[in-house]
Design a protein around this ligand. Structure first.
Ligand code: ZN
Length: 336
């Protein structure tokens, strides 16, 4: 008989490994789904969503509505429906709720797509991005490819990936809501309307992963594989850990926490749609690439996007959502 010590060593090693690694990322359903998020498909969608004929997707404009119809067509093609309690993908945001910094805006729409969870369907992970932009000024189209065409198409690719997993019998245990909000550019109006009139109770909303600009780099970071991560530790210690592990086991980007401070002078924690969830006690992460030279300029065009970076950042959000949806226990809110 062999010395037992030698038998125990490999066992101990295997145990150690399984503690360090998250097994849900090593399975082929996850890998296949994550790999279905490709730079090419993101590019195809973005060249359409940020094309000149979407007229800069001004809030409430025909151009924005046209972009919205494109999103819905994509969800229909992949077999992803709207929440069951709704009669369409649209949550109408009435003009009275659209009081912007420059006065009243026309009625507009949030767009909601939904992949129902298999075990805890009432618990919701929200993945959000705004699909409006600033329109046409002095005859120039502001395409908003990065802001926030990049987040908009990231949602399409993630929905497709979750739907693929679901079709193979490995769908998420909790539900995923893909929330395309309107009115961000005028003061986070669409997400505020959703938070005030939620389709699923805020108390059942586990987290909001919000994407606003993930296809470019800022002057400080160009050449690096990075993303700014904001707010992940604000309400839940679990969430930051999950985010870091998801990153480590998949795309391994540099997670930059420079803006991750509510007292930061740029106040980014308050400046995109996740804040309307955070203020209701829902843990959030905001993914962002930084302020670059084409921010809110007509030169924010799809040819200037780094599609490989867009792919990796989308995959990171996907991996994080996957864990939030599939882990045994819902993450805990342990901070105020
Ligand atoms: Zn934006």
């Amino acid at each position: 008989m062999k010395n037992a010590r030698y038998l125990l060593l490999p066992l101990a090693f295997a145990l150690l490994q399984s503690c360090a690694a998250n097994l849900s990322y090593s399975g082929s359903p996850f890998k296949k789904s994550m790999e279905s998020i490709t730079a090419d498909e993101l590019k195809t969608h973005l060249y359409i969503v940020a094309a000149d004929d979407m007229e800069g997707r001004d809030t409430g404009s025909e151009g924005q509505k046209k972009a919205g119809r494109y999103l819905i067509e994509q969800y229909q093609k992949m077999g992803v429906s709207h929440p069951k309690s709704m009669t369409s993908y649209y949550q109408t945001v009435p003009s009275e709720a659209m009081k912007g910094r420059r006065g009243n805006l026309p009625q507009s729409e949030n767009i909601l797509a939904f992949v129902e969870g298999s075990e805890k369907p009432e618990e919701i992970i929200v993945v959000s991005a705004h699909y409006d932009h600033v329109g046409i000024k002095n005859g120039e189209v502001y395409n908003g490819a990065d802001d926030d065409g990049s987040g908009t198409v990231a949602l399409l690719e993630m929905a497709e990936a979750f739907q693929m997993a679901k079709k193979s019998g490995h769908g998420p245990k909790r539900s995923i809501l893909f929330l395309h909000v309107t009115g961000e550019e005028h003061g986070l109006l669409g997400s505020k309307y959703y938070a005030d009139n939620p389709i699923f109770p805020m108390a059942n909303t586990v987290a909001d992963l919000n994407i606003d600009m993930i296809g470019r780099c800022d002057a400080e970071n160009c050449g690096k594989e990075y993303v700014y991560v904001i707010g992940s530790e604000m309400l839940s210690t679990d969430l930051k850990k999950i985010s870091e592990q998801a990153n480590k086991e998949t795309v391994n980007l540099e997670l930059n926490y420079k803006y991750d401070d509510p007292n930061d002078k740029d106040r980014l924690y308050y400046r995109s749609d996740h804040y309307n969830f955070a203020k209701n006690g829902v843990p959030v992460i905001f993914y962002f690439d930084g302020i670059h030279e084409d921010y809110h300029k007509p030169t924010d065009t799809p040819d200037r996007i780094d599609y490989k970076a867009l792919q990796k950042r989308t995959q990171l959000v996907f991996a994080t959502a996957w864990e939030l949806a599939n882990r045994k226990d819902r993450i805990v809110v342990d901070k105020k």
